[in-house]
Design a protein around this ligand. Structure first.
Ligand code: ADP
Length: 276
């Protein structure tokens, strides 16, 4: 009897191990599939600008009689596409570093006001020709309430949100409103614009790699990469915060960021506030 009980026990253990192995195998296959999918997306994204660089270079070499204006227009496209390719590669490497947890984080108490003012300065200098009305309003006891973050990375998030707002807002009548409020446990920052906004069913997807909303493409100067928001989310989450997008009352996009204050344990977002 003892022998048959032991046998039963062993057979149960074996069944359990088999099930675990099967599950591990399934997960490996899934990872493999994701890797293949990622590689094919990346190759496609890199090939697109390369294809136009190559085609326009060929047009230039095969047609020596092009007018000067035509040649300049094609050269302009080549330059813009090469710049986009460089941005793509830089951002891909940055994202890969962040996702692998190899980021060089210089964590320290950082002033949200300073980071926001710095980002406003950068974006004002970048988009002078678009005549964007940029307003910044900060509420709360800002000097004594830093967040625990990496200053450059935090500024990078704000520059990304502000440049998107400036890019997608109408060129001659763009309005970008940045608000920051210091609360007991956290900072709440919002960036609103009067551009086309993001349709409700795409608001979560824009934080995925390479996702670009076609409706907004018309107003996209220079060509985006679809990586900025994925990078921003990685960074904000590293600081224990949350980032998501809503519809702004002026009809545009309204990006929100919550960052826990330095020394305050990050809390789960209240119902309905963070992206689901
Ligand atoms: P991109 O380099 O394309 O701007 P992002 O990751 O920063 O990449 O943004 C992803 C997509 O989200 C954009 O291509 C655009 O479709 C949409 N988007 C981001 N910000 C805005 C905004 N302020 N207004 C409208 N659409 C936006």
């Amino acid at each position: 009897i003892e022998y048959s009980q032991r046998l039963e026990q062993k057979s149960r253990e074996l069944e359990q191990t088999t099930a675990e192995l099967r599950e591990a195998n399934r997960r490996l296959q899934e990872l493999d599939r994701l890797k293949d999918e990622f590689l094919s997306t990346v190759s496609h994204e890199l090939r697109t600008p390369l294809t136009s660089i190559r085609s326009f270079s060929e047009i230039l070499t095969d047609n020596p009689d092009l007018t000067r204006e035509e040649a300049e227009r094609f050269l302009g496209i080549i330059v813009r596409e090469s710049e986009r390719l460089t941005r793509l590669i830089d951002q891909l490497l940055d994202l890969a570093r962040l996702q692998a947890g190899h980021g060089d984080w210089n964590m320290a108490p950082v002033s949200v006001r300073e980071a926001l003012e710095h980002a406003c300065g950068v974006v004002n200098a970048l988009y002078t020709e678009r005549r964007i009305g940029l307003s910044l309003e900060i509420k709360g006891d800002t000097e004594v309430a830093p967040v625990h973050a990496d200053r450059d990375r935090l500024t990078q998030v704000f520059v990304n949100l502000l440049s998107n707002a400036a890019k997608y807002a109408p060129p001659q009548s763009g309005q970008v409103t940045v608000k920051a409020e210091c609360r007991r446990d956290d900072w709440r920052i919002s960036v609103a614009d009067n551009g086309p906004g993001i349709p409700a069913d795409r608001r979560e997807q824009v934080f995925d790699r390479f996702v670009q909303v076609p409706e907004a493409e018309g107003g996209r100067p220079g060509g985006g990469t679809g990586l900025g928001l994925a990078i921003s989310r990685q960074i904000v989450e590293h600081f224990g915060g949350h980032i998501w997008v809503e519809a702004s009352p002026q009809g545009g996009a309204l990006f929100r960021v919550i960052l826990p204050r330095s020394g305050v344990e990050p809390r789960q977002p209240e119902a309905g506030q963070a992206a689901q």
